[in-house]
Design a protein around this ligand. Structure first.
Ligand code: AMP
Ligand code: GLY
Length: 422
């Protein structure tokens, strides 16, 4: 079987490494992949949003199955276009990917079907949004409607900051069309949990829970990033919380999407906050999280490709999704200055003994050498019997990896560790 994976980050590297465990697969292509992924798959220089290029390649190479991992191609209809050529895919069609592609859509869906989330208002007019901000008390959260490279959520500290954000998003087109509408919502508090779930539109099978660390610096300070590290499982996500989420959030979401004629098949990511008033949805993503995938998939004991095909074919109910009872920690090594500006092109060395546990996000191959080529360079993941051991093993792994301007948080997992001690 020839499998194609669309995307080129740490998440895609983790998916590819897991797919390689399946003996049915004879070849994996990554579009575009990256210099690190090139060790595990054949990388082809076709961008993840070049839908036409992806489809042409898949047809020409007789691809048997495609995994579309990032949000943009999913929202742009990559799965629809591949399906139209008879190529089965893992990932939702565009009409279901809208659950991530439009915050206004997802908020209205939750309101219509009684799924717990923050109270909110939608604005299509900047003047009305400014008026609302003027008369409302902080804190609140401002969200651009569409995809914005993870930068579309603003938690203003002052009214001036809120107004500036509204003007730059709605009037100055900071995020293009993604900012034509905004959501202003209630500020929620409580521990955050990421739950990725397989669903074929009929049943939902949640994966092991995880905790992301979004801020750039230790103690959750600094700017929001794509994620600086993860641990799994998330100790705040108790059995009671899991039951509550299944009943009040996961199943109602799947049912709501079906009722809207937008059946979701693939990996649905629930960004949750365990508030004093119960679990609430902060965001939906229509795909695997990054770097959540780098801790979740190493703990998956069942075969990933078997599950993916079952999702596509609507057989998830009878397919086992089993996780190890171990713990995983992923420390993201980034380029100093990320997420704002950073230098790249430094040589990256990963000892052979560490390679298996490293998911490369931003590197390119040049004359046989790996050079850094992005803000997030890689994720180093360790799996151990306890969270404490997983954290220290992940940091030991980090010490074996070298590149110029390397930067990483020193406290990945600390909050989770404190939670387990309470
Ligand atoms: P996102 O870019 O959607 O992942 O959001 C970034 C972060 O903003 C989330 O991980 C939360 O920490 C925070 N956030 C988003 N919405 C809210 C909210 N309503 N209340 C409090 N924090 C929020
Ligand atoms: N780690 C957050 C995300 O994938 O959106």
């Amino acid at each position: 079987m020839k499998v194609l994976v669309v995307g080129g980050g740490g998440r895609e590297h983790a998916i590819i490494k897991k797919l390689k465990e399946n003996k049915e697969i004879s070849k994996i292509y990554a579009l575009p992949g990256n210099g690190g992924i090139a060790r595990d798959a054949e990388c082809v220089a076709i961008g993840a949003t070049d839908i036409e290029g992806i489809v042409d390649f898949a047809v020409k190479e007789n691809i048997d199955y495609a995994v579309v991992a990032p949000d943009d191609p999913l929202v742009l209809g990559c799965v629809d276009a591949l399906n139209a050529k008879g190529i089965p895919c893992f990932g939702p069609e565009a009409k279901a990917a809208i659950i991530e592609g439009s915050k206004v859509f997802s908020k209205n869906l939750m309101k219509k079907y009684g799924i717990p989330t923050a109270e909110y208002e939608v604005f299509t007019d900047a003047a009305k949004a400014l008026e609302y901000v003027e008369k409302s008390e902080l804190p609140y959260v401002i969200k651009a409607d569409g995809l914005a490279l993870g930068k579309g959520v603003i938690i203003p500290e002052t009214k001036e900051e809120a107004m500036d954000a509204i003007i730059s998003i709605m009037n100055e087109g900071k995020f293009g069309k993604s900012g034509d509408q905004i959501v202003i919502e209630e500020f929620l508090t409580g521990p955050e949990v990421s739950v990725l779930a397989f669903t074929d539109g009929k049943v939902v099978k949640p994966m092991i829970s995880s905790m992301d660390h979004k801020r750039a610096h230790d103690n959750d300070e600094g700017l929001n990033t794509g994620g600086m590290g993860t641990i799994a499982p998330n100790p705040y996500y108790t059995e009671a919380a899991a039951k509550e989420c299944m009943e009040k959030i996961f199943l109602p979401t799947i049912n709501a999407m079906n009722a809207e004629g937008r059946t979701f098949k693939g990996c649905l990511y629930f960004g949750l906050m365990l508030t004093p008033k119960g679990a609430k949805v902060i965001e939906y993503n229509c795909r695997f999280g990054d770097p959540e995938t780098q801790v979740v998939l190493p703990l998956l004991e069942s075969d990933l490709f078997t599950i993916m095909k079952a999702v596509t074919e609507g057989r998830l109910a009878e397919t086992e999704v089993k996780f190890s009872s171990k713990h995983a920690c992923c420390v993201v090594m980034a380029s100093e200055g990320y997420p704002v500006s950073y230098k790249k092109g430094f040589e990256l060395t990963i000892p052979e003994a560490s390679e298996n546990k490293v998911y490369v996000a931003g590197a390119k191959l040049e004359s046989g050498k790996l050079l850094t080529n992005g803000g997030r360079v890689l994720g180093a993941t360790a799996v151990e019997d306890t969270l404490e051991n997983a954290i220290s093993a992940a940091y030991k792994l980090v010490e074996t990896i070298h590149f110029g301007n390397a930067f990483y948080r020193r406290d990945i997992g600390r909050k989770a560790l404190n939670a387990t001690e309470v």
